[in-house]
Ligand binder design. Sequence first.
Ligand code: SF4
Ligand code: SF4
Length: 441
Amino acid sequence: MATTLKQLDYSVLQQCMHCGMCLPTCPTYVETKRERNSPRGRIALMRSIADGETQVTKSFGEEMYYCLGCLACVTACPAGVNYVELFETARADVERKGVLHTPQRGFWRWLTLEVLFMRPRLLRAVGMGLRWYQRSGVEKVVRGSGLLRLLPEGLRRLEPQTPVMSAVFSNGLIEEVEEPVGVRKYRVALLTGCVQDLAFAEVNRDTADVLLANGCEVVTPSVQPCCGSLHGHNGAPELAMELARRQLDLFEVESLDAIISNAGGCGSHLKHYGPLLKEDARYAERARLWDSKVRDVHEWLAEIGFRVPSAGCGVEEVTYHESCHLTHGQKVVAAPRLVLGSIPGLKVVELPESNWCCGSAGIYNITQPEQSAKLLKRKVEKIAETGVPVVATSNPGCHLQIAAELKADLGNKCKSVTQPVTLLAQAYRNERSGGVVNGEA
Ligand code: SF4
Ligand code: SF4
């Protein structure tokens, strides 16, 4: 049974010293200027519940779900407040008490958290169905026919945000074990993710290619469970623990030099299996070992001193949007820029407010569409200011969210979203095919 706010180590609740340094970094506080919509205000609410002064109410639940979980406050906080633990415990309390329950919300939570994201084969089967729908032309016909007007309002709003499925998923692109050409220096596991696997399988292929080009043997089980970040962030800690155990069972952790994630949100959660399973006598030690080996791909490349490509990637100018959980959760800030900066002929233009949330934040764009849309608008305006045609990011949620808006924003010169690891993979490919050095493929 996961901890509640009342059972939480009190020192975690006491860390906040009310200094307010986090306030200007919190997107919800900046929007409303209300104390209760700030990190400090939310922590005060959590503490009053732990102290038994107030109850978990509907309004508390709404406040916890208005928070993006972007962790900008964690970066700003001089007291080292463990906001992740507070926030996840608070949301779990909200779900336990059922204060936000409606039949519709209950159905969607059951379908996503308990059914689809607990069964990777079923999720892939749904992805295949969606791929057929999108590629066969049926989607076009349905959209043109006006049939979508029959959907309930919530679903109608979500329909344009449906991710485009990859032509082939990761298991069709990556062998279970792939060996580097030449000397094998490391043995690493590659985590393929859920959304990443279905919508950006080619990014997983690019990641494998980059790892191989740097002397890594790459182990990629063809069916992998969800990492559980969706569950951990949405008040379902028991399911998050179950998924963490399944990951630990799937990989020979001891034999690996690193466990590689290329999705900011997943990586941030994957590095915390130790605290998640600390009370589980069977898994606690392996979970700690696991945490010590999980690396974001850019972090790993910087750590091993990756090989600088000798050819360009076919892109001349790029800007970089930081995924919240990569930058604030994992503190991986310099490495993606190092990767981009290493590519010959590629000019990297700094994005103003690069670490300000784009509003994707897991399923925030679904649960809080208005606030999400405001943040997305702010993000694409900043991208437009750079005047560059390509933006790179390293999280499937950010990728989908920004790409959808750029497509609709006809005046924006930037039309393409990619990932740093994809550009590096392309540079290595151009190198092999004799591509030129000045950025042209
Ligand atoms: S996680 Fe983000 S939205 Fe939530 S309190 Fe911290 S800064 Fe504000
Ligand atoms: S910066 Fe940290 S200590 Fe200061 S108010 Fe915010 S959460 Fe509390």
